[in-house]
Ligand binder design. Structure first.
Ligand SMILES: Cc1cc2nc3c(=O)[nH]c(=O)nc-3n(C[C@H](O)[C@H](O)[C@H](O)COP(=O)(O)O)c2cc1C
Length: 365
């Protein structure tokens, strides 16, 4: 059904326009009284065994939506209605910005992949915070992570102040906060992954978050798949030293290896971050490395190329407390989360573990 819709409608449209259209429908459906509950009853996980605890949060399941789909936090209820167990909004920057010129989102259909150079198009921390202020947060309302990044025009030397601005405004509304230093589409951003810079930045964000909230807001850092293995180890060690709550691995890659799409087409698309199936192997590798280094002392959210329940299960048994997806949602449609949850339930049952949390990191290395 979705396959047909994708082939007949979305595939023929510009990918960014298709995104806006699909997202509009999702929000519209969620705004119709009664419909949201009905759709959620069908699509959201119903197996209580999938309930899990991570980052001190109680979640209906381990499977969430990665950052970038809902940059401004305008469709949290709609996305939760479709069955995502948590929704990460953003990246939100200190100041509003338009992002890069279009076209800036491309499909690599043969590879079940996307390339994007959106460049953090978003309404900025003031507007997003104002929008979230109206949300009532209580048991049963969607878990919301907020991902923050650097405003493009802010110099690298002033990056900390920009992150702190967003932290002060957004931390009070976040179930968890993510410092994004790994998007390839903001010049210089990934230089912030160097531990000498990242350590003080995360320390300052931690302090700023504590100043504006009476409770502990879990703080995570999101890293790139293109880091060398030694850099991943260094970041893991630093995260432990700083008392960070977790790491999200990974963002999109600047690599273009092993693609089925015609090389000339890939060349023509140009710069941007590659996501989806081609990222699967490296994302799993980074997860395994992080797990080996941190041995369960940090929460890990694994993202990158997750397409099936088996992919999600593999992430869990290799050490992911939570799993996210984005690109496969574009190709698989609104029943994707239901399929992943069903498959996870079956795998959990077959494994003999009682809960998802019990299964985390149980794979033989
Ligand atoms: C169009 C698009 C926009 C994205 N925007 C962001 C973003 O703003 N911040 C971020 O941290 N990650 C962003 N991502 C990265 C995703 O959150 C995720 O880390 C990556 O796509 C790998 O997961 P996937 O293979 O399931 O798509 C974006 C990805 C896509 C495809």
């Amino acid at each position: 059904m979705y396959k047909l819709l994708f082939d007949l409608v979305f595939k023929k449209m510009d990918p960014e326009k298709a995104h806006h259209l699909a997202f509009f429908w999702i929000r519209l459906a969620a705004s119709v009284p009664g419909l949201r509950q009905l759709v959620k009853a069908v699509l959201a996980p119903r197996d209580p065994a999938l309930r899990t605890t991570a980052l001190g949060l109680d979640l209906p399941g381990p499977f969430g939506l990665g950052a970038g789909f809902d940059k401004d936090g305008i469709g949290i209820d709609g996305l939760s209605m479709l069955g995502f167990d948590f929704v990460e909004i953003g990246t939100v920057t200190g100041e509003p910005q338009p992002g890069n010129p279009a076209p800036r989102l491309f499909r690599l259909i043969e590879d079940r992949a996307l390339i994007n150079r959106m460049g953090f198009n978003n309404q900025g921390s003031v507007r997003v915070a104002a929008r979230l202020t109206g949300r009532i947060r209580a048991t049963g309302t969607p878990i919301v992570g907020i991902n923050i990044g650097k405003t493009k025009v802010v110099e690298e030397a002033d990056a900390t102040e920009d992150y702190l601005k967003s932290t002060r405004r957004l931390a009070p509304h976040a179930d968890y906060l993510v410092v994004n230093v790994s998007s390839p589409n903001t010049p210089g951003l990934r230089n912030l992954q160097a531990v000498q810079i990242l350590g003080p930045l995360l320390w300052d964000v931690r302090k700023a978050a504590d100043e504006v909230t009476p409770h502990h807001v879990p703080l995570l850092v999101k890293i790139a798949p293109d880091l060398a293995d030694e850099d991943i180890d260094e970041i893991a060690d630093m995260a432990l030293t700083l008392g960070l709550d977790g790491i999200i691995a990974t963002n999109t890659t600047i690599g273009r290896e092993g693609l089925a799409t015609d090389a000339a087409r890939v060349e023509e698309i140009g710069m941007g971050g590659l996501s989806g199936a081609p990222l699967k192997a490296r994302s799993l590798e980074v997860l395994q490395r992080l797990r080996a280094r941190t041995e369960g002392r940090l929460a890990i959210i694994s993202v990158g190329g997750v397409e099936t329940a088996e992919d999600a299960w593999q992430r869990i048994v290799h050490g992911a407390d939570l799993v996210q997806g984005y690109s496969a949602f574009v190709y698989e449609g609104p029943f994707w989360m239901r399929r992943v949850h069903k498959g996870l339930s079956a795998r959990l049952k077959a494994s003999g573990y009682r809960t998802i949390a019990d299964a985390v990191g149980t794979a033989k290395a």
